[in-house]
Design a protein around this ligand. Sequence first.
Ligand SMILES: [Zn+2]
Length: 209
Amino acid sequence: MPLFETIPVGGLQTNCYILTAPDSTECAVIDPGGEPQRVIEVLKAAELELRYVLSTHGHADHTGGVAPIHDELGGQFYLEESDVFYSVDPPDWLVAALGGFVAPPNPDASLQDVQSLGFGSSAIQLIRTPGHTPGSTCFLIDGMVFTGDTLFRGSIGRYDLPGGDGRQELESIRDHLLVLPDETQVFPGHGPSSTIGEERRSNPYLAGL
Ligand SMILES: [Zn+2]
């Protein structure tokens, strides 16, 4: 089970997920949106070696803690290039809500076009799901998919923010997430987890897809 810990961070309680690589001391951090010191302490206490810092998209509540973690512990930083503009100049209300936002570093160019990232004896698959933002990306590993703000338990991400596209978001969910096996566990960027089967059956936003 690669999921090591879930830490809700910042004023918007973004789910920051820490994954450990099978058969390795490597770890990956998904969406450290704030409170970087909490994340750093967990990684140090567990003596994990940071391999990747992965942001599902560029909204500040998913990137605001990347820089301090990356500066202190290294690792490669993934954020889809088309989402970088969000974190260069995030809206004031969002920065205020987060507290302690630090603009993230430039994403690691070598990760931009890849489909999968080696991770211990396994791999993290990158699934591009534009809609909530142009660069929204989900991460799939060992029957778990980390969906950011694309798919929530019983809901979907808003698409009325700059760069959002509701039709594209639903197409991304239909074509790239609902094709996964029913038992695939869904870990969203906010709120409780679910499964693909549960969302297919009961998520009202997906009815008729
Ligand atoms: Zn978002």
